[in-house]
Design a protein around this ligand. Structure first.
Ligand SMILES: CC(C)(COP(=O)(O)OP(=O)(O)OC[C@H]1O[C@@H](n2cnc3c(N)ncnc32)[C@H](O)[C@@H]1OP(=O)(O)O)[C@@H](O)C(=O)NCCC(=O)NCCS
Length: 158
């Protein structure tokens, strides 16, 4: 819960929210606390279906990478973001490499998938650099508020 303020500092950014279907904008301290509470409750479950890492730089949570809809022994979905100050330094490429390796091992995954907006070139590049393969387009697969966008789906299998 002590990460809530730094999460707001970095997540309350139009350019971060633009590419994340589930991040409201503006993003408030109440949003951060509710999100952290939800994640804490997941950790109390015997078989959590969600798991998240903070990306920590100089004692601040500057982003996160999370796994949702986890089915142990089969598959999960991945989502991630990092504060604008840290873009373009190769950080998320490294985070996806390490966190996805962890998820494959701990959740015994055979498939890890993620969705991007068609325009999100940086995220697609991060996935390509980590050997995720483009599988296709889900027409109107992303809903953000009352708008629908095509989703590009990428996956890695083992
Ligand atoms: C997408 C995001 C996670 C990338 O994080 P990052 O730490 O900047 O990523 P990296 O530096 O590891 O790699 C980015 C790559 O994209 C490339 N890139 C960035 N902007 C680009 C653009 N407009 N067109 C093409 N390539 C682009 C970079 O050059 C780099 O590739 P390279 O190493 O081959 O040069 C970050 O911008 C972010 O958090 N965005 C907002 C939230 C988001 O989009 N999350 C993902 C949702 S699917």
């Amino acid at each position: 819960m002590s990460d809530a303020e730094s999460i707001v500092k970095y997540a309350n950014d139009k350019l971060v929210a633009k590419n994340l279907a589930r991040l409201p904008h503006p993003y408030t301290i109440g949003d951060a606390r509710a999100w952290l509470k939800k994640k804490q409750n997941q950790y109390k479950q015997k078989n959590p279906t969600e798991f998240v890492f903070a990306i920590e730089i100089e004692n601040e949570a500057v982003g996160s990478i999370g796994f949702n809809n986890i089915t142990v022994g089969h598959k999960a979905e991945m989502g991630y973001w990092i504060g604008r100050k840290y873009w373009g330094k190769g950080l998320m490429t490294e985070v996806v490499k390490n966190a996805s390796r962890y998820a494959f091992k701990v959740f015994k995954l055979r498939r890890l998938q993620t969705y991007t907006y068609p325009s999100n070139k940086a995220s697609k590049r991060v996935l390509e650099k980590n050997n995720f393969k483009f599988e296709g387009v889900l027409k109107k697969g992303i809903r953000k508020e009352d708008m629908f966008f095509d989703a590009h789906i990428f996956a890695k299998v083992s």
